[in-house]
Design a protein around this ligand. Structure first.
Ligand code: FPP
Length: 227
């Protein structure tokens, strides 16, 4: 079976999952965080080298403060609990997004995990956090201008993105029936296959991952060529 090198997950539907059960949205995020453990482990077990998770977009700041705080809290807990597993899989943590606006406690946790996993080169867990693709691209352009570079190749340009050193995204999975990219890894996903499922993120399991991978295996990737 053809296995993608890099899979991006848009983890949508936590709020609806909770609402269906008469619970607060934050309960849905809690269950969503639980699903991440299985899905990321499942990816590494299947030899997927890079996993990107859309955890918090720059637009998500408009949600109620209680919900935003809960997401950051879950993330800090996830990182603390998941460090050992990252080390077991020899996966490094990479953060895509502007860390400067995040709570100090979370940044400390992130920096700790990055320090412990930085030396790994084979696998990556990339968490998009306070992230937006257009902002990422404009930031890259501004850094290029600051460095006085006047001509740049696509490959060199990609080194200025948060995902420097990661392969292009081969497969994007979005849950909960929405079919949008929502400003997620736009440059990196230029040739990605897009898989949309009605399953809500807290219900996304290894079994669902396999369905996405079987679907991906059946795709004919031509990169603009004819066949
Ligand atoms: C989308 O569901 C989910 C989010 C905006 C946040 C995702 C965050 C987590 C799963 C928790 C922590 C993250 C990590 C990496 C441990 P939604 O709230 O938009 O759901 P809805 O569309 O049903 O309202």
């Amino acid at each position: 079976m053809k296995i993608p090198k890099h899979v991006g997950f848009i983890m949508d539907g936590n709020g609806r999952w909770a609402k269906l059960r008469g619970k607060p949205r934050t309960f849905g995020h809690q269950k969503g965080a639980d699903a991440i453990y299985n899905v990321v482990n499942g990816c590494y077990k299947r030899d997927i080298k890079a996993v990107s998770l859309y955890a918090f977009s720059t637009e998500n700041w408009s949600r109620p403060k209680e919900e935003v705080d809960k997401i950051f809290d879950l993330l800090a807990k996830f990182l603390k609990k998941y460090t050992k597993t990252l080390i077991k899989h020899e996966a490094r943590l990479n953060i895509s997004g502007d860390k400067s606006q995040l709570p100090e406690r979370l940044v400390k946790e992130i920096d700790k995990v990055i320090e412990k996993t930085n030396h790994f080169t084979q696998k990556t867990l990339n968490i998009a956090l306070n992230y937006g693709s257009r902002t990422e691209i404009v930031r890259a352009v501004n850094n290029i201008i600051k460095e006085g570079v006047s001509d740049i190749s696509e490959e060199e340009f990609s080194k200025y993105l948060y995902t420097a050193n990661l392969p292009d995204v081969d497969l994007i999975v979005r849950t909960s029936g929405e079919s949008r990219l929502s400003n997620f890894l736009l440059y990196q996903s230029a040739y990605a296959e897009l898989y949309f499922t009605d399953v809500l993120w807290p219900d996304f399991s290894e079994e669902e991952l396999d369905k996405a991978l079987v679907w991906y295996d059946g795709r004919d990737r031509r990169y603009g060529n004819i066949k």
